[in-house]
Ligand binder design. Sequence first.
Ligand code: SF4
Length: 378
Amino acid sequence: MNRIQSPTSIPKELSPSYDPWDPITSLSRYGKHMLTSVEMTVTNLCNMRCEHCAVGDSLTIREGELLPLENMLNRLEEAEHLETISITGGEPMFRADTVDNMIVPLLKYARERGLRSQINSNLTMPYSRYEKLLPYLDVMHISFNYVNGDDFHEVGFAGSGHAVAKEAAYRLYDTMLENAQRLSREGMFISAESMINYRTHGKLPEIHRLIGDMGCRRHEVHPMYASNFASSLPVLSLKETAAAIQALLDQRNPDIWMLFGTLPFFACSFLEEDRELLRRLKSEKNVTVRNDPDGRNRVNVNLFTGDVFVTDFADIPAFGNIAERKLDDIFAEWLCEHPLNQKVNCHCADAGCCGPNLLVKDMYYPDIDFKSRKAITL
Ligand code: SF4
């Protein structure tokens, strides 16, 4: 197959005013949700077992062969409106051969077609693996929820099922910091994500400072939702979550782009304090709020089975397979027919909002019919 060649124009730089992962961008452009983003799961192996891992139950200690690269490339090629790809795991960089035979070719394809790319990694693998991504990758997305090696030890191996020596955790923590600093110096855009949860909510400003020290260009903040390993952890109230966000906004470095995602606050809220928080987020320099891409403009493809999911972590069964159908067709069916999508696919253009994440709705608003609500002027 002749692949789509280099873009006719250089893609815009990622910035607070240009985030192609946000489904509101394509929704505004096309007047309806389009498949502009594909996430691919390239491994279920990982050297860590984080307490909050959203795919913890899928992690394994050995796994079979990936599908041929060509199968995925052919399906990406048919996705007419594609703008971004994301690569996830497990730890995608865990095996050197996955990096060489799957990740680098996918990133090269994205670069040639003018697509934006992201990989999710814990950044604890040898530097030489990350170095190979430098020429092609747009966003290195890491999780960062720690203020020191002890936090990393407690959080990062909680799901191991056996004791992990502190010294071993400290070594990995140092590797992560060194890799982040070195890759940042080499020009890689590192976006560090922190969760707001029962552990982090009181120390987000300190976490934010360390993220800046590592040279990261963006700090992403998402509440932790009850999925997989995280489902047994304590849940923060909406008030605690809002207070943590306010404290972070008070103390952040305004030169670092802050991206808030899957927030449980909406412009249709009857609570003035929710709308006040949204107003503040909207008015702050270098702060953006991203709508949730999962099932809006993005699907997840498991590269072992070809199964297509709304996201890699929700307990929603696959709704298609790349062996049988085009990604655009699978997505169109999800959009129009799947009952779960019908629960949350609202849109208030003035508020720049296209509805809650499914987990958010189930966790905080099980009885609210968002389809019957409208944004109240912020
Ligand atoms: S799009 Fe939905 S969730 Fe967002 S403000 Fe409107 S009704 Fe509320």
